[in-house]
Design a protein around this ligand. Structure first.
Ligand code: SF4
Length: 296
């Protein structure tokens, strides 16, 4: 059996920057303590646990405003996938020291929504309900933005006349998003399209599909709550047509999965610490298999 290490995989620039910002804040004597993170800095329990070693308090839950109410003093860090302007204002009004670790790719969508709303556009935002990123972006102009999760949501829209623009969450499936965009184009041919899937997401999905095709089984290392990790599983299954499993770590691998497998491929969500993925590869190496070098 051979192991294909899919490349690129794992940590993206936005996640690396957010984690470094948080660690720097924890070590900086000028930053008021304690340091809190408003939500999991990334959706990965290993990454969150490593920050606890720095004395950082991660507050977890879907309602950012409610989380903010738990912070009595010190510093709050806004996570890589952003928060709404209302939450930012509230934190500042409460006199908390604020550090914004929002990924530049997400910040760009916030700015786009603000600009389009000011110009009178109706904005169709393709995203996943309950994820912090849509919550933050929609908060820029809640009266002008409609959350679209599927083609059925497009059919149900009742938005009247006027200019329409489309933008997206950063970590969706390339193929699902394109289907929804095509559906919007059919109903609103005049809609302006701003596809904001981030480069890291696109590259990881394309690599998983292309290199996963060569494998009998693809293991995606990632947290169950990580949208981009779940999308990797989905695109390997639906686009590459190969079996894929989401695993949190090497401990999740059932040796029976490898029975009869000639080639197993490994990839990881952009919120998965590299060490966890390395452990998975090491586990597979210890099964006495050949490991293929990553592609150039
Ligand atoms: Fe930024 Fe994309 Fe990484 Fe999210 S997945 S933090 S948008 S680079």
């Amino acid at each position: 059996m051979q192991v294909i290490k899919i490349s690129p995989r794992g940590y993206c620039y936005g996640v690396v920057d957010a984690i470094n910002l948080a660690k720097k804040a924890a070590q900086d004597p000028h930053v008021p303590k304690p340091v809190h993170i408003l939500g999991a800095i990334v959706h990965n329990r290993h990454a969150v646990a490593s920050l606890a070693d720095y004395g950082i308090i991660s507050l977890d839950g879907p309602d950012r405003e409610a989380l903010l109410d738990q912070v009595k003093e010190g510093t709050v860090i806004f996570t890589a996938h952003g928060v709404s302007p209302k939450v930012k204002r509230k934190a500042l009004d409460r006199g908390l020291y604020c550090i914004d670790a929002t990924c530049p790719d997400v910040t760009r969508t916030h700015a786009l929504v603000r600009e389009l709303a000011a110009r009178g556009y109706t904005i169709l935002y393709i995203g996943k309900r309950g994820h912090p990123e849509p919550e933050g972006v929609i908060g820029e102009a809640p009266e002008r933005v409609h959350l679209i999760e599927s083609e059925a949501d497009v059919d149900r829209l009742d938005i009247g006349e006027g200019p329409v623009a489309v933008t997206t969450q950063t970590t969706l499936s390339i193929w699902d998003t394109q289907r929804v965009i095509d559906c919007i184009r059919r109903r609103f041919p005049h809609a302006e399209i701003y596809n904001d899937l981030c480069l890291a997401t696109q590259q990881r999905q394309e690599a998983a599909v292309e290199q996963g095709r060569e494998a009998d089984l693809v293991l995606v290392v990632g947290d169950r709550r990580s949208n981009n990790s779940n999308r990797l599983v989905q695109v390997v299954q639906e686009i590459a047509g190969r079996p894929a499993r989401l695993i949190d770590s090497a401990a999740d691998i059932d040796p029976r999965w490898l029975s009869g497998v000639r080639r197993v491929a490994v990839t990881a969500g952009s919120s998965t610490p590299s060490e966890i993925t390395r452990e998975v590869v090491r586990y597979l190496e210890n099964q006495d298999v050949d490991v293929l070098a990553p592609r150039a």
